[in-house]
Design a protein. Structure first.
Length: 112
């Protein structure tokens, strides 16, 4: 049985190879083992955006922010997920959310 770190490494390799659906599947396996693995949620936020599953991307980005609310990187990733959601849907609400997430990232970075 693979560890969460091994599953994450496998998912990253699949992502690098462009096998987004397989990487998503691998990260799903990881989250079944450890639901609070922030990096998996961040990776899913990006991957789901790449396959036009924007609601899922936003969900995982928000979960990562809940799990690690003091890390500017999580909010930067959330901003990217919102930007991709806007590109895929043209829903203006996503631009505002992207700006808010980036502002939060900058605020946290300034505090650090």
């Amino acid at each position: 049985m693979s560890t969460v770190q091994e599953l994450y490494a496998e998912a990253e390799k699949l992502k690098a190879e462009g096998a987004h659906d397989k990487a998503i599947e691998k990260l799903g396996e990881l989250l079944e083992m450890q639901e609070d693995y922030t990096l998996a949620h961040l990776a899913l936020a990006i991957l789901y955006g790449k396959v036009n599953r924007h609601d899922d991307a936003v969900k995982h980005g928000q979960r990562a922010c809940e799990l690690d609310p003091e890390d500017p990187f999580t909010f930067t990733t959330m901003s990217v997920a919102f930007q991709r959601a806007f590109q895929g849907t043209q829903n203006q609400e996503f631009i505002k959310l992207a700006e808010d997430a980036m502002a939060k990232a900058h605020m946290l970075q300034a505090q650090g």
